[in-house]
Design a protein around this ligand. Sequence first.
Ligand code: G3P
Ligand code: MG
Length: 245
Amino acid sequence: MRYYAHRGNSAHAPENTIAAFESAQRAGFEWLETDIDVTSDGQIRVLHDSHLDRTTNGSGLITEMAAAEVDRLDAGSWFGPEFAGQRIPTLEEFLDFIEQSGLSVNIEIKPTPGGANAARILMKAAVAAFERFPGRILISSFNHVILSELRHLSAGIPVAPLYPEGALPEGWLAVAQLMGATAIHLGDGTPESGRALTKKDIAEVRELGFDASVYTITTPERALELESWGATGVFTNGEFGSNAH
Ligand code: G3P
Ligand code: MG
């Protein structure tokens, strides 16, 4: 089973910074997960939230801030003083890290508030990344229209529709087949919330021919259970290292 370092080794370093990706490599991860969005002047940056407030010393929407201003922000101090000076990586910096490290990556295209223009910028970049690192890139998104469009732009690009916590919605199969998905990325709940994925959920996805990866897994026991049900991947922040074995 594949273990994705979710936003880098984000239990141990500030998410989606080069420090977090380097930490993931040191921990032994072979696959990273990261998120991309667009600045007001059309530049791509690696950031999970639409807003800058939680993970930087800035505030507001990234889509409303120019790249030069975004690049001055500190994206490490919120996590710990030893990470002061970490920046929000550009996509180029991130892809250079992929090149140097030899790692592979699931790039998640955020459901950007920047509209179609921003979405097109992200799609073009995803195709370029795929062409630069064939076999080492998987593109996912909660925005399934973007993934379908991507497959029209580049027939071979592997894509995975994301679904929020809990069971798959009715009609997921048509969506996945129409876009030619490689994998389905599923959110896990907890038994307490009543929305934990079941053996049947994973079996359904696998029997219909798709890989099935599950986010975000915090214990080795759950990772091993999902593996025993046929899951092909899990996303983890690195609490139990780079695999459960
Ligand atoms: O790809 C798994 C996971 O990253 C999806 O949710 O919100 O953490 O980007 P999120
Ligand atoms: Mg993500």
